[in-house]
Design a binder for this molecule. Structure first.
Ligand code: ADP
Length: 347
């Protein structure tokens, strides 16, 4: 060593003055010294070419450090190459950080794949179960109907009542299974295309014409955009949110629904604001879970599937759905649909 700075001396657990006059051989293992010699010879013989290398060295405490090193021949008096000039940056910590990041990214990817696989399995299960349950249920339901038709009044009153319960329950089960089947099939035949939300809204308002008229609902809406999406599913999403806004209205209050749109960063944010009965905050997440309802069927009919459909449809579009609500004052359902460029695809 002809000239040594503080940092290198420190790496050798010494001070610069103690290093000058010594060499690699005084500080490193034999194998390391041999390695350094080879690199040094290569650099020296290369003329004046800069040599960059990542190398492992053992420091004074016996720990392996990773260095990013540049070496160039040191030309004395402009003629003879007598040695080399080296500069190293200790990148051990950065490397460790990169390794940790790489491992956690890999773990995340594995977890993601497992989750996707589980999701596919669950959907297949829901599809098969609901599909296969339909047949025996159809038979049960037909025979219960036959029983009621042919044997009504032939037993006592209690038996007639039991027939009615049986029939109601099997009809309801039919409905639930139909819903489950539909849920498992969302996005199955999806076709991504340009969808005019204005037209979707008009279609839904036409389909719900009777219910809107009966409830005397007032519906206001912004000029809605054309988006890249799945038309059938979007129609169902609009329909579920509008139906709920009308269904969960306050008694003796004209139902009002305001549909607005806002462009936020790279997404469209839709909001459906009603003046209905509202939802207690603690149920804000629960209502999006399949078959979860906050009321019994005698108060408000339904099976608790609508919002889980909405969630699945929004997520199919890579968006998010959530609600903000004040019980007794109304609810606003928000959802986002990312805006995708022409060359991008929803995976
Ligand atoms: P369903 O309408 O069949 O009950 P949903 O999944 O559509 O099922 O809704 C789940 C629950 O969320 C409803 O039972 C209701 O309690 C609540 N909810 C949904 N929309 C509204 C709304 N606009 N206002 C108040 N409560 C609502």
């Amino acid at each position: 060593f002809l000239l040594v700075n503080e940092a290198l001396a420190k790496a050798y657990g010494s001070v610069p003055g103690n290093l000058v006059g010594k060499s690699d051989a005084d500080f490193h293992f034999k194998e390391e010294v041999e390695y350094f010699r080879q690199v040094e010879l290569k650099v020296i013989n290369s003329g004046n070419i800069e040599y960059n290398i990542e190398e492992n060295i053992t420091d004074s405490s016996g720990n392996t450090r990773i260095l990013s090193t540049t070496k160039i021949p040191y030309i004395s008096h402009g003629v003879d190459t007598t040695g080399l000039l080296g500069i190293s940056i200790d990148i051990t910590e950065r490397k460790k950080g990169e390794e940790t990041l790489r491992k956690s990214e890999m773990n995340l990817e594995i977890k993601n794949m497992e989750l996707e696989q589980k999701n596919v399995e669950l959907e297949q299960f829901a599809y098969i179960a609901s599909h296969d349950l339909q047949e025996p249920l159809r038979t049960t339901s037909s025979f219960v109907k036959l029983l009621q038709k042919q044997y009504h009044g032939r037993f006592d009153e209690k038996a007639d009542l039991y027939f009615t319960y049986l029939l109601e329950a099997s009809e309801r089960m039919k409905e639930l299974i139909k819903n489950l089947l539909e849920y498992s099939q969302i996005g199955n035949k999806k076709e991504l295309k340009k969808v005019d939300c204005k037209e979707i809204l008009y279609d839904v308002l036409t389909d719900l014409g009777m219910a809107i008229k009966e409830a005397e609902a007032n519906i206001e809406y912004d000029q809605l955009p054309v988006i890249e999406g799945y038309a059938t599913e979007l129609k169902q999403l609009f329909q579920n949110l509008i139906t709920n806004a009308i269904k969960f209205r306050k008694k003796e209050t004209q139902p009002k629904l305001k549909i607005t749109i806002q462009k936020i960063e790279n997404a469209w944010q839709f909001s459906f604001q009603d003046n209905g009965i509202g939802i207690p905050e603690k149920f804000n997440e629960k209502i999006f879970v399949i078959f979860q309802r906050l009321h019994n069927r005698t108060e408000y009919e339904g099976s608790g599937i609508g919002l889980s459909h909405c969630k699945k449809i929004v997520e199919l579009h890579k968006g998010k759905i959530w609600v903000k609500s004040s019980p007794g004052e109304g609810s606003t359902f928000y959802f986002t649909i990312p805006i995708i460029n022409n060359h991008e695809q929803i995976k």
